[in-house]
Write a protein that binds this ligand. Structure first.
Ligand code: FES
Length: 149
């Protein structure tokens, strides 16, 4: 049985391969330019305050995670202190922390890091630094984090 013939010529293959290389080169050059001008919502730390929700939307002893620039933030309504906010990014290896409503501590699930919810300081575990504190305030019935206070 004779082998099947294909319709691809050597010249056609080289032309297609050159086009692919040219497209790859253009993508490599344009990617950093596009990334530089990408929208503001990917800012590391937003320059403007971020709305969390209506005042009272976080019950006493509860928490809420919100997007804060490129990373999430953890807003907690502490039983004695009221509203506090921290970066939800663990200072060890950048896992996302969570608030434990029973112990009132902030926990990192990756390597058992524990933070004090009153000031973000490290209680135990491998995190080398406290959680980054974020200003939180209520204005016109809305909770905001970040920005000018
Ligand atoms: S990443 Fe949080 S304790 Fe390791």
């Amino acid at each position: 049985m004779p082998p099947e013939e294909t319709n691809i010529t050597r010249r056609g293959f080289i032309k297609a391969f050159n086009s692919l290389l040219a497209a790859t080169g253009v993508a490599v050059i344009l990617s950093p330019i596009i990334a530089f001008f990408w929208p503001k919502n990917l800012e590391e730390v937003p320059s403007e305050p971020v709305a969390v929700g209506p005042d009272g939307s976080i019950s006493n002893g509860e928490s809420k995670k919100v997007r804060y620039g490129r990373y999430p933030a953890l807003v907690i309504n502490l039983p004695e202190l009221g509203l506090v906010a921290y970066s939800a990014v663990c200072t060890h290896f950048a896992c996302i922390v969570d608030y434990n409503t029973s112990t009132h501590e902030i926990e990192c699930p990756c390597h058992e890091g524990y933070f004090n919810s009153k000031d973000g300081s490290v209680i135990s575990g491998p995190p080398p630094f406290p959680l980054e504190s974020i200003p939180v305030y209520v204005e016109d019935g809305t909770i905001y984090i970040g920005g000018e206070t």
